[in-house]
Design a protein around this ligand. Structure first.
Ligand code: NAD
Ligand code: 89Y
Length: 343
C-alpha cells in the first residue's frame, strides 16, 4: 500500500502532537512542513526528520508533491489556508476553531465543495476513548432513549503558559474549549434546535470569558447542559477530562473523574475503567487528547483512501460552530437563540 503524503502547516505548540501521531498512523506520512517562524520550522523539521521545509504556504502548494494538507495554525489563517488548498485541489484538515466567524466557515466549506475536495475539521474530543465508550454504550441500547444530559469540563489547569494567545482574545473558553464540549453534546445527543447561555470572566488576568453555562434543546427532544470553566480549583485537577451524565428511559450513564464509566440499568450496575492509553510519545495529563489526535488522523487516512465522509467534516462542523456563535449571541442578549436561523 502506497502511503498518502501529507504536508503540515503551523509547527507550534499543538502540531508536535499531530506530527507524533502521523508517525503512528497507518497509510500516511508527512513529507513537507511549513511555518513562517524559522525557529519553529527548524525545531519540528529536525525533531521529525522532515527535509522539505517552507516559510510560505503558497510556495509549498506551488511545489506540490503531497496528497493532503494538515493545517495546524491558529484560527486567523484558517480561511486563507483552506482556500489555498481548495485552489490547488488538495484535500485538507483544519484545526479547531474552524474559522473566525460562521460566515467564514460556510465560505470554506463551499470552496472545498466547489473544488470537490474532502475537508475535515480536527475536532478530536469526540474521538477520546472515554467519549467513544459512552457512544458505544448508547448505541448498544444500554439506557434506552436518552432524555437528559450534562457535559462538563471544569478545571483550573494553566493552559496559558503553553498557549499564551488564549489570554489575549475577546473570546476564550467557548471558542477554545467549549467548542469541543458542544461537539461532544451533538455527537452524543444529536443536533440542537436552540440554546441559552450565560458567561463570566473570573480570572482578571485574561480578556475573555473563562466560565460558561449553556442549556441545549436537542432536535430529538433531549435537554442537556454544557458547562465549562477554567476558573475551577478542585482537590484533584481533572484536566482534560469531559465528564458526562446521561439519563435514559432504561437507565443512566455516568462518566466521572478518573475515567470511570458507570452504567445502571435493569441488569444492574457495571463500572468500567475507560482510561486512555499512554502512547509512546504522550505525557500525562494530555494523553487523553493525544490519543484522540492519533484516532482522528487515522480516521482521515482511512476515509481519504476509501472516499467516505469523515465524522467531523467541514459540513458537520458548521453545526458545532453555529452553537459557538449562538452561545456568544445568547450570553450577550440574555435570550435563547434558534440554531436553524444561523445555518
Ligand atoms: P501556536 O501559536 O503555538 O502555533 C501556530 C503556528 O502556526 C506558529 O508557529 C505560527 O508561526 C504558525 N503560523 C500561523 N500562521 C501561519 C501561516 N499563514 N503560514 C505558516 N505558518 C503559520 O498555536 P497552537 O497552540 O499550536 O494552536 C494551533 C491550533 O491548534 C489552534 O487553532 C488551537 O485552538 C488548536 N489546538 C487544538 C487542540 C485540540 O485538542 N484539537 C489543542 C490545542 C490547540
Ligand atoms: O486549545 C485547547 C484545546 O483544544 O484543548 C485544550 C486546549 O489546549 C486548552 O483549552
Amino acid at each position: 500500500m502506497q502511503k498518502l503524503r501529507g504536508a503540515l502547516i503551523g509547527c507550534g505548540f499543538f502540531a508536535v502532537n499531530q506530527m507524533h501521531a502521523w508517525n503512528d498512523v497507518e497509510g500516511a506520512v508527512i513529507v513537507a512542513i511549513c511555518d513562517r517562524d524559522p525557529e519553529r520550522l527548524a525545531a519540528v523539521g529536525d525533531q521529525f526528520g522532515i527535509a522539505r521545509r517552507y516559510a510560505d504556504a503558497a510556495q509549498m502548494f506551488a511545489d506540490g508533491g503531497f496528497d493532503f494538507v494538515d493545517i495546524a495554525t491558529t484560527v486567523q489563517s484558517h480561511r486563507a489556508l483552506v482556500e489555498l488548498a481548495a485552489a490547488h485541489k488538495v484535500p485538507a484538515i483544519c484545526q479547531k476553531p474552524f474559522a473566525r466567524t460562521l460566515s467564514d466557515a460556510k465560505a470554506m466549506v463551499a470552496a472545498c465543495r466547489t473544488a470537490s475536495i474532502p475537508l475535515m475539521v480536527h475536532e478530536n474530543f469526540r474521538w477520546q476513548p472515554p467519549i467513544q465508550a459512552v457512544r458505544k454504550a448508547l448505541d448498544a441500547g444500554a439506557i434506552g432513549e436518552p432524555f437528559w444530559g450534562r457535559f462538563s469540563f471544569r478545571s483550573g489547569f494553566d493552559v496559558f503558559s503553553g498557549q499564551p494567545y488564549l489570554a489575549e482574545g475577546e473570546r476564550f473558553i467557548i471558542e477554545d474549549l467549549g467548542i469541543h464540549t458542544l461537539d461532544i453534546a451533538r455527537y452524543i445527543l444529536g443536533d440542537v434546535k436552540s440554546l441559552t447561555a450565560r458567561t463570566l470572566r473570573v480570572n482578571p488576568k485574561i480578556k475573555g470569558e473563562d466560565v460558561a453555562t449553556i442549556l441545549l434543546d436537542h432536535e430529538a427532544g433531549a435537554t442537556s447542559i454544557v458547562d465549562v470553566s477554567y476558573a475551577t480549583k478542585l482537590g484533584t485537577e481533572p484536566f482534560p477530562e469531559t465528564l458526562v451524565e446521561l439519563d435514559g428511559t432504561e437507565g443512566t450513564i455516568r462518566l466521572s473523574q478518573g475515567y470511570r464509566l458507570e452504567i445502571n440499568n435493569a441488569a444492574g450496575t457495571t463500572v468500567t475503567d475507560v482510561s486512555p492509553k499512554l502512547l509512546s510519545w504522550a505525557s500525562r495529563p494530555w494523553h487523553n487528547i493525544q490519543e484522540s489526535v492519533f484516532a482522528i488522523q487515522q480516521h482521515w487516512s482511512e476515509r481519504l483512501r476509501d472516499g467516505g465522509e469523515t465524522s467531523t467534516s467541514g459540513a458537520d462542523n458548521l453545526k458545532t460552530f453555529a452553537l459557538v456563535e449562538a452561545a456568544y449571541e445568547s450570553a450577550a442578549s440574555g435570550s435563547p437563540v434558534e440554531i436553524g436561523a444561523l445555518l
